[in-house]
Design a protein around this ligand. Structure first.
Ligand SMILES: *Cc1c(COP(=O)(O)O)cnc(C)c1O
Length: 491
């Protein structure tokens, strides 16, 4: 059951004179604090800090932590974020002394084990991408996008071409236009077809000698595979531009098909999503990029290369590509997350990676089939690893919004799905169950949604009812409407 007890602040729990530590008697002359700290004089009185014993403090924070939702405590179908279970074995492996005690400034000779792991990870990511050159540096998917766009810029500069535009569909994740704007490009947004796919005709009207990159997520953010992707790539390439695949949805296709095989020239991974780095609340992440051979020289360094010494033994080196754009992060990036991804891929192997994707797609389709009669899915009866339902009809007919359903789900002990994204679906609820959930969990979630949509709309507007705090953010959210991508356009 959820812990619904109200939370008292440390200040409210405070009792004058209580302490968590007892200091020995002072054996030096005492000097008043305000002599030592000029600001103390200005303030007049010391800050009123709460006074508590150590057990009071520990209970306060441990109890607070039990009010959180996490993948380890609750079903967490947050679409696009791939909140799958993170194996605890990886925590033990990444904590081994040989890994945590390694200093990034140690010489290559001194770090052969880590370099071998990073080299093998590069190779595995290149294979899954179908793109031969990998940089592990970017610390998140968004930074991977930004890095790849800088690589594209450097490539065109080297060719003596000036290309200024980045094109993307309106179903794109907000990071796509944000990365493009930050990398100095002009953003061009396409309207998707009514089925939610890239509109080929519209795309063609925006492909010219100024187009640098077409960014596309595949499967797209509606959870649909872009079937026309080879033709999309053909058109983009005919204009001399590059195809960028946002790899956040690799959990649907890894081991089944490869971005490099369907026309992608560059992509990022979200290791923390697809390959089980514990993530949420903004980090930590790893967003390696994979690119075609003709872009390899521009990658940020260091990358790991493998040579063979005179005795035939492999030697790993960290090197900087010849025309590198420079570093985008220190050393190899978030190595802790990269090691977890390495462990995951080595554990699963090729067949396991394919089974991962297939089971993620199976689970999402199972849930879609159980929900679509009460929560319509405008894009149809089948999906990849996630689907986007719409509460529009419920809102029009009964005044129940996607937000109301999301909030009420918390009372049932489920984390809410992603809501109001992608922007192309009204009252969107983006549901991604992942392959690590059992049929019983999916059934319980479907039962909860079916019960919720039958409840009194006014009761739902007040939800959640069983949490210590209800809708704390709504007043502020109403005052700060969501920023649009045009707000981020480079000036
Ligand atoms: C998560 C996500 C990103 C950004 O990745 P971060 O690692 O959070 O920076 C980009 N595109 C899509 C479709 C995503 O789901």
């Amino acid at each position: 059951m959820r812990n619904t007890q109200a939370v008292q602040l440390l200040f409210e729990l405070s009792k004058a004179g209580r302490r968590a530590a007892v200091y020995p008697a002072c054996d030096v002359p005492a000097r008043p604090l305000d002599e030592l700290i000029p600001r103390a004089q200005q303030c007049g009185s010391p800050p009123g800090l709460p006074e508590l014993t150590e057990p009071d403090i520990i209970r306060h924070f441990v109890n607070l932590s039990t009010k959180n939702m996490s993948v380890d405590t609750h079903f967490y179908p947050l679409g696009s974020c791939t909140m799958k279970y993170n194996p605890k074995r990886h925590e033990r492996l990444v904590g081994l002394p040989g890994i945590v005690d390694l200093h990034p400034n140690q010489t290559d000779e001194n770090s052969q084990g880590m370099l071998e792991m990073m080299y093998t990870l590069q190779e595995m990511l290149a294979e899954i991408a179908g793109l031969p050159a990998v940089s592990l540096q970017p610390a998140a998917g968004a930074q991977g996008e930004f890095t790849a766009l800088l690589v594209a810029s450097a490539y065109y500069r080297a060719k003596g071409e000036r290309r200024t535009k980045v094109v993307f569909p309106n179903s794109a994740h907000g990071t796509n236009p944000a990365s493009a704007a930050l990398a100095g490009f002009e953003c061009v947004q396409l309207t998707s077809t009514p089925q939610g796919f890239v509109d080929l005709h519209q795309l063609q009207t925006h492909l010219d000698a100024q187009t640098a990159v077409f960014m596309v997520t595949n499967p797209n953010t509606l959870g649909m595979f872009e079937r026309e992707i080879p033709r999309v790539a053909e058109f983009v390439h005919a204009a001399g531009a590059l195809v960028y695949i946002d790899g956040a949805n690799m959990n649907a296709i890894a081991g089944v098909t490869r971005p490099g095989d369907f026309g992608g020239d560059m992509m990022h991974y979200n290791v923390h999503k697809t390959f089980t780095g514990p993530h949420g609340a903004g980090g930590p992440g790893a967003g390696p990029i994979a690119v075609r051979d003709f872009l390899a020289d521009f990658l940020p360094g260091p990358v790991v290369t493998k040579e063979t010494d005179a005795g035939g033994k492999p030697v790993y080196r960290s090197t900087t590509p010849a025309r590198s754009i420079g570093r985008v992060r220190s050393f190899f990036g978030n190595v802790g997350i990269l090691v977890r991804g390495y462990c995951y891929l080595r554990t699963l192997g090729a067949a396991g990676v394919r089974a991962m994707s297939e089971n993620a797609v199976l689970n999402a389709n199972y849930l879609l089939a159980k929900l679509k009669d009460v929560l319509p899915v405008p894009q149809g009866d089948r999906c990849m690893h996630e689907f986007v339902a719409s509460a529009k009809q419920l809102k029009d007919e009964r005044g129940i919004s996607a937000m109301d359903i999301a909030k009420r789900l918390l009372d049932f002990g489920f984390h809410a799905p992603t809501v109001y994204f992608p922007l192309v679906v009204p009252e969107a609820m983006m549901i991604e169950p992942t392959e690590t959930e059992s049929r019983e969990t999916l059934d319980a979630f479907a039962d909860a949604v079916r019960q919720i949509v039958a409840e009194d709309p006014e009761f739902l507007r007040q939800a959640p009812h069983d949490t210590p705090i209800s809708r704390p953010d709504d007043v502020r959210a109403a005052r700060n409407p969501i920023l649009k991508w045009t707000d981020f356009r480079a000036t």
